[in-house]
Design a protein around this ligand. Structure first.
Ligand code: ATP
Ligand code: MG
Length: 283
């Protein structure tokens, strides 16, 4: 497994374009962030993009479970200087790389400046190794989650059609809008009954966001409610691989096609990890 990571690292060239970071987040828990992050990562990787998925949920490590991976080392070992970044990256299906985080991200914020600088340099290796870094965050608006979202180039706020999930998605946008005029956020409606329902829901949410928060959000798309998603989780296999023609897989594939091309956002100039350390110290 290390071999693959080394190959990936060696293939990086100085001319590689900037890493694009996308945080997948939500106000309410259980709306499908991890399922979507894993399968979106697999689809993008399957198209030949170099993709890494960082399990940024400090409480529950879910990504590895969904992919049936058993991480021996996590970002914590990089923070503590015991491992290099490429040594903790786990290769998943389609060439997708998983970065298990454990509490590593949280600990980054509390390091002495010199240690933090050394760590940032190590993490900076990722810039040349992958094109897209997906961040699967925990639900809610704790400082840890916020520092990840604010550091990312773009946030995908996942909601289900349930009123409580929609209200909590609004709360995430509200907090983001306090920190910047452009929240750099999009809404993804998961567990939708159809495209009309998802679009209507989005338009209503967007209207309220524009009216009360004076910011705008984009529509990322929708993923249909599909019992195959739950079945795949039980089998510890990604639904897009087990059931490639299921409703959820096809709707996610449509969304993946429009997600990164053309890029809705130019990546920010400072490296992602520096921005993360900046926000972690501020919040
Ligand atoms: N499109 C879908 N159709 C049907 N079930 C879904 C869909 N997406 C997710 N689920 C189910 O919803 C449940 C929660 O999914 P998941 O763990 O991905 O959510 P989460 O937002 O990451 O949760 P948490 O906030 O706990 O991290 C799982 O049982 C999953 O199978
Ligand atoms: Mg999750």
């Amino acid at each position: 497994m290390q071999d693959q990571a080394s190959k990936l690292r060696d293939s990086a060239t100085a001319t590689d374009c900037r890493l694009r970071t996308i945080a997948i987040t939500s106000g309410k828990g259980g709306v499908g962030k991890t399922s979507l992050a894993v399968n979106l990562g697999l689809m993008l990787a399957g198209e030949g993009r170099r993709v890494a998925l960082l399990d940024g949920d400090m409480g529950l490590a879910n990504v590895d479970v969904m992919l049936g991976l058993t991480p021996e080392f996590t970002l914590r070992h990089v923070v503590e200087g015991q491992k290099e970044l490429h040594e903790i990256m786990l290769p998943g299906p389609n060439g997708l790389y998983v970065i298990p985080a454990s509490r590593g991200i949280e600990e980054m914020a509390h390091l002495a400046p010199a240690d933090q600088a050394a760590l940032l340099e190590r993490l900076g290796q990722l810039e040349g190794m992958v094109d897209i870094l997906l961040l699967d965050t925990a639900a809610g608006i704790s400082p840890n989650v916020l520092s990840l979202i604010l550091a990312a180039d773009e946030a995908i706020v996942v909601t289900s059609p349930e009123p409580t999930a929609i209200t909590d998605a609004y709360a995430v946008i509200k907090v983001l809008s306090r920190h910047r005029a452009d929240p750099r956020a999009g809404i993804l409606v998961n567990m939708a009954d159809g495209s009309a329902q998802a679009e209507e829901l989005f338009e209503e949410l967007r209207r309220v966001i524009r009216h009360f928060l004076k910011v705008d959000v984009r529509f990322v798309g929708h993923v249909l409610r599909d019992e195959c998603v739950g079945r795949a989780v039980c089998e510890q296999k990604p639904f897009s691989i087990c059931f490639p023609y299921a409703r959820a897989s096809r709707s996610l594939a449509d969304l993946a096609r429009t997600l990164v091309v053309p890029g809705p956002r130019e990546p920010q100039p400072e490296p992602f990890w520096d921005r993360m350390a900046h926000w972690a110290a501020q919040l």
